[in-house]
Design a protein around this ligand. Sequence first.
Ligand SMILES: Cc1cc2nc3c(=O)[nH]c(=O)nc-3n(C[C@H](O)[C@H](O)[C@H](O)COP(=O)(O)O)c2cc1C
Length: 331
Amino acid sequence: MWHYLTRGAGDDRTVHEAQDAWNRYRLRPRVLRDVTSVSTGMQLFGAWQTPIGIAPTAFHAVLHPDGEVATATGAVAAGAPMVLSSRSTRRIEDVAAAISGPWWFQVYLMRERSITAALIERAAAAGATAMVLTADTPYVGHRARTAALSRPLPLSDEQALTNVQQHLPEGAGDYWDLIDQRADLSLGDIGWVADIAELPVVVKGVLRGDEAAACVDAGADAVWVSNHGGRQLDRAISTAAALPEVVAAVAGSVPVIVDGGVRDGFDALVALALGASAVMLGRPVMWALAAEGAAGVTGLLDELTAELRHAMGLAGAARLADLDRSLVTGH
Ligand SMILES: Cc1cc2nc3c(=O)[nH]c(=O)nc-3n(C[C@H](O)[C@H](O)[C@H](O)COP(=O)(O)O)c2cc1C
């Protein structure tokens, strides 16, 4: 499980680069600005107190007995956006019940489309305010260490199938064949998800400007710069390097979200100044959840938000709207 959570694909080159890539940027602060009160509040398919949120990650029940319900409870207390994974180990409806406000649902297009459609409908009915279509996983990246084990994850069928069991056909033998990711996704699937959900669709896993523009042309309401935490294509470029190109390509037509190797408020500040509207955390949330449950998740989000607020003030920015490209140099 440790390898599953921490490692990436191949030789982990993309994983290892992720954090250092943010550290290659330097800040160019403004002075003599009124930063008596600094606000991190923002709107993005919902109103939030912080632009630092929770990227979708699978199987939280292995980290904490309350699983995604604890994660969601922690996010709500921090006023942070939370994206629930298609591979949630708690029922979509139970997680939604722990959230009073907005949240987003992550969509894997499974080989059996009707199962995916059912999950989208349930998430929309339970109050999701956006769908996040993960586009970088036509099949799961090769992860050397976990692949070597015959039963890679200490996860029961009951946990793995929590949300899909009720949609499996009678006597479905090898259910993984039905719920594994499809390899034939296309730009048309953005509209497919939007039509079922009747909600905005964010495309997650974009690393190029031209691809981002194509997603927008095909109807995406936001693009999410991600290399899946280095777990898909090893040697894919870092998100810190890809972000400026994507921001330039979409030219303000839709919001841009980013994740990958973000570990403190300074990384978040750089990402926001480069043009991201929200900055998401994958693994840190899992560690916080494992260590202290919902309180740990809130603590993590609060701490990074406080660090961001402090850094914004020292950079001369009282609002997120005051952050712009001129604050950052490097790469
Ligand atoms: C253990 C693990 C499970 C993940 N599961 C999913 C998932 O179910 N759906 C998805 O879109 N991304 C998934 N991701 C990718 C994250 O959403 C995110 O892109 C990545 O973790 C961000 O990088 P970071 O871990 O360095 O913060 C997963 C990542 C990890 C580490």
